[in-house]
Design a protein around this ligand. Structure first.
Ligand SMILES: Nc1ncnc2c1ncn2[C@@H]1O[C@H](COP(=O)(O)O)[C@@H](OP(=O)(O)O)[C@H]1O
Ligand SMILES: [Mg+2]
Ligand SMILES: [Mg+2]
Ligand SMILES: [Mg+2]
Length: 312
């Protein structure tokens, strides 16, 4: 591979390839039927698919980019023994490699990059059979900001020449744009997307004040941001500390590249440096454009914002 291609573009191209491989692992674990569920905490599970997909992504990327700081959701992916060489992805997506790198990212070095990996976003939904909600998330940050990201959907179905194909990979790069799907404008009426499996009274209060025509309850931060990008929903509201940096880094990067905005419930951006705390303590507020984001921000009562801010 030519070393004249800037490292950020190579890392994104490798992430697109490895996300597809991780998606295959997610499907394979499900079809074998032994999920190996471990309870990490309240309403917080890990399966064999989370563990294996994380190993595939982190070992593949760190073999190619040893100086990049890679942080994954799962603490104890089975670290014993070598992983199957079948799982090591060393290829890079050709289409991404041909992208013209934005000038402000051309001189980024490996050691300037922090990658946040969520090997399986929407684990609750995965275990309950809502498979289209499941995504693999690889978020690439530089100087604490999410500049590129990959959202892979292992169970997305397409028909190619009459043949069913599973899986699609959406990507975004700041100042370049997005790919892997067809973007659509937001719906005419106000449709909000939110958690399906992690609600609580404050989350519900923040939804009530939106004056929405419809509230969609689906799994995963990745899937909810895809709904924004594809014109299914207008705003993603989650007034709770449950999401972590690996949940929002890739979705935020892709949404930004498409002209959207993701912040906490107070309207502040999260920082994605390696030393940042993992929890997104002040919730998630995302919209497909700044105007809708601002609408939601102004509707959330100060009292509710103060309550979330007291978690900090
Ligand atoms: N109260 C909570 N406890 C643990 N994880 C939470 C949580 N609220 C949200 N999350 C995590 O945030 C992601 C999006 O949540 P949701 O689907 O509810 O919108 C999920 O990621 P994972 O499935 O990768 O763990 C989920 O586990
Ligand atoms: Mg999890
Ligand atoms: Mg997640
Ligand atoms: Mg996860």
């Amino acid at each position: 591979m030519s070393t004249t291609i800037p490292v950020i573009v190579r890392v994104l191209a490798s992430s697109v390839s490895v996300a597809g491989k991780a998606g295959k692992i997610v499907r394979d674990v499900m079809s074998k039927g032994e999920l190996g569920i471990v309870e990490k905490g309240k309403d917080d599970y890990q399966t064999e698919a989370d563990r294996s997909a994380q190993r595939c992504i982190i070992e593949s990327l760190s073999a190619q980019y040893p100086k990049v700081n890679i942080i994954g959701e799962e603490d104890n992916p089975d670290t014993e023994g070598d992983i199957s060489s079948e799982w090591l992805a060393v290829d890079a997506d050709k289409e991404i490699l041909s992208i013209e790198c934005p000038s402000f990212l051309k001189s980024v070095k490996e050691e300037d990059i922090v990658i946040w990996v969520d090997p399986l976003d929407g684990t609750s939904e995965y275990t309950q059979g809502f498979l289209e909600h499941v995504t693999v998330l690889i978020g690439i940050s530089v100087n604490e900001k999410p500049v590129a990201g990959v959202i892979h959907q292992p169970y997305f179905k397409t028909l190619i020449d009459g043949e069913k194909k599973l899986g699609r990979t959406i990507w975004g790069l700041q100042e370049v744009g997005v790919g892997g799907f067809t973007a659509a404008p937001p719906p005419d009426s106000l449709v909000i997307t939110t958690t399906r499996s992690h609600s609580n009274p404050i989350v519900e209060k923040a939804l009530q004040v939106m004056n929405a025509s419809q509230i969609l309850r689906v799994g995963g931060a990745g899937y909810k941001v895809l709904q924004l990008l594809e014109g299914v929903a207008s705003i993603y509201v989650f007034a709770s500390p449950g999401c972590k940096k690996w949940d929002t880094c890739a979705p935020e990067a892709v949404l930004n590249a498409a002209g959207g905005k993701l912040t906490d419930i107070l309207g502040n951006y999260y920082k994605y440096g390696a030393s940042e705390g993992k929890p997104n303590k002040t919730g998630v507020l995302a919209a497909v454009n700044g105007e809708l984001h601002n609408y939601a921000l102004t509707r959330i009562p100060q009292e509710l914002k103060d309550k979330l801010a007291s978690n900090k």
